[in-house]
Design a binder for this molecule. Sequence first.
Ligand code: CMC
Length: 433
Amino acid sequence: MSDTITVTDNRTGKTYELPITDGTVRAAEFRQIKTSADDFGLMVYDPAFKNTASCRSAITLIDGEKGILRYRGYPIEQLAEKSTFLEVAYLLLNGELPTKEEHDDWVNEVTHHTYIHEFLTRAMEGFKYDAHPMAMMVSFLGALSTFYKEAKNVRDAAVRREHIIKIIAKMPTLAAWCYRHATGRPYIYPDNSLSYTGNFLNMLFRMAEPKYEPHPVLERTLDVLFILHADHEQNCSANAARAVGSAETDPYCSLAAAAAALYGPLHGGANEAVLRMLRRIGSVKNIPDFIKGCKAGEHRLMGFGHRVYKNYDPRARVIKGLAHQVFTFTGRNPLLDIALELEKIALNDEYFVKRKLYPNVDFYSGLIYQSMGFPVEMFPVLFAIPRAAGWLSQWQEMLTDKEQRIARPRQIYTGSDVRDYVEMADRGKGSAS
Ligand code: CMC
């Protein structure tokens, strides 16, 4: 038995043998299938990349049928239990868990790049008080590019490393300051004696106290949420980071593109949409009507469904457990009852069962964020901070992959055939002639 597929072109009667590698046929192989010498050759058509591998990647594995997620081979459940976000970021970027020395150096480097240029605070003032913090984050990621002109040397490994550290270090500062801007509070500068998430909480919530002491439960909860959100292989925003980065755009602008993709309600904006949905439903008694609307195609059950998972999203399972822990500290979020009942009904309803729609990462995360005191507009930003580690890992892997070129899909042209320009006076007369 050979690892090939035999294709017969019924237009010509010709047969072709195409190699299969890693369960995949190279799309370029189809180009040899032609009806004549001047035929362009067959292409594959795959809107939204539903069945197309765009890269080889060693970073993250998802088995959507079994509900498995691993970073560099390590199960997400083990990382969520035992690791920290900064260790996971190192793992994603470098392929291995750090030794003690590597870990300490890495944490030290990230901790010492958390400040942002003062000019950015002035840019911050240019935004209206009610600007969406995620749109601000997108802008600031791009704006950082103007401070680090050398970052465009993306083929230089040392330059890449320097800016990867800067971005991971500055994401919490930018995010916290967007929040402080929206709430009209003064910006709080980083405290290098605190952990990554401890310092983030400090920059978000510190008021007049001389030294902010993050609550260990909230600090660890946020760290676990950051681990769970750190990467998710070729999702919409990682694909944006790779596609834009493939033009050799610097990492700041490449990540601005990724953050813009994450902002959408079908992607990282879903956590915000879930909270708004739960508020709109308002009470358990309104759930049957809401479900009826989902099935009629009037709206979606936000936080449900996934392109890859056709089983329970393993991140949702960890987050659901985490929610119960956090609520013993913050008090039970009253929207939890609506979420639990929605999940119960949906998991037993034929519409959702048939389509294999299960809760995803965004279904319960918003409830935790809300109980921790975050306004809903901050939810996608909380997703973006850790995902920067994933975007940078994907971006770097793309740049060092010798097979990759500028991302440039083909199309099936469906427009007009060639026609002559029509003078304005002759337009709208039915016939163009
Ligand atoms: N509620 C109701 N119906 C749904 C939902 C949903 N949440 N998701 C999918 N469907 C239906 C959809 O209408 C379609 O039905 P039919 O075959 O009758 O037309 C079928 O299920 C397949 O859906 P699809 O839109 O073709 O699937 P997709 O792989 O293109 O979309 C998705 C995946 C995540 C965009 C989609 O499930 C969705 O919109 N979910 C709600 C938004 C959400 O929670 N997004 C977060 C995703 S996980 C975190 C992240 O990526 O950032």
